[in-house]
Write a protein that binds this ligand. Sequence first.
Ligand SMILES: [Zn+2]
Length: 399
Amino acid sequence: MLDVLLLIVLMAAIAIGYGLGYRQASRRASFNARSSYQTPRREYFVGLNYLLNEQPDEAIHTFIQALEVNSENVDTHIALGKLFRTRGEADKAARIHQNLLARPALSPQQNEQVQLELARDFIALGVHDRAQRLLRGIIETPQQDAQRISAKHLLVDLLEREKAWQEALDILLPVLKQQPRMARPAAHWLCEIAQQEIQQSSRSLAKRHLKKALQLDSACARAYLLLAELEIDNGHHYPAIAHLRALAQHAPAHIPSMLPTLERAYWLGNDIDDYRQHLSSLVEQAPLTSVIIRLSEQIRQQDGVEEAIRITGNLLARAPSLGGLDHLIDLYIESQQLEGRTQPDERLLLLKHHTRALLNNRTRHRCGHCGFSCDTLEWQCPSCRRWGTIEPVTGVEGE
Ligand SMILES: [Zn+2]
């Protein structure tokens, strides 16, 4: 399809190129030499011919050939390359940038700028090893100008895609103070390393990495959860509970995510009364459906179904939710069975049928950045690739 914008830019670039050439020529050359600059090169007419015959690719190729590289129009070439890349034609962009690098007219700074663009082309083409080589070459020098910072960003992004967590950290950590928004991804990379270490039974190393993750991002729910699970696996339920208390304080959106681990910790210590007390304080902090249901279940086991119905009813009056209603119906059905009814009330069963159907269709987790939804919790959003943005959905239809 004819890309009018690209062709306009190319023609303008050629016109500027000739204009510059003409000006320079008029400064230093004779009339005869000057007149040769005023005559457009043959490629210009060939390109125009392609354009008129609606052959845009051939026209673009010919125009690029016509546009000579000099120190004044390097930016135009780079802009053309970017235009191709954004059109999804990174191979053409790479050709333009490789052609530029072959020219002796570039200053060292322009050379690095073109290398950076070529690395972006290689990333778009999926040729990551060549992109990495170029980027590592740029960041080798100790200066910290905008070009090197961009190169570091690109390289860190590449290493993250390849799950080379430690390599990404090695590049990022020395400059993290200037990039505070990268603290959260860095904390998750440390969690990734810790998970690998847990699998390899290096628990003390894992613990060290998780504590480092919390130094970088005190709201990293994942690090608190992993630390709590490590403590449970070591048979230490009090430290596990302390980590989960910190999680609830620093990352309250993840209270629903921590409830299974919290239950395991209290069961390990056989502290059922303390567990109930902990759930009650969590309900006061955030009356979330999943906390209310777990508290209700605890009351049912300890004080019976009627007490569970009474307290759950009161809590749901404060924080109504579909999941809470579904749980309350279960309690009513159990209550009727305990009264000696062989079959529960048909109306209750009908209500239960509807709440279940609605709950089955709900979204359980959602990315706060791009809106991606998923059933199980993902620490990196598969859609926007941000870390720690997916949280349990709360509210009337949520957890
Ligand atoms: Zn997302």
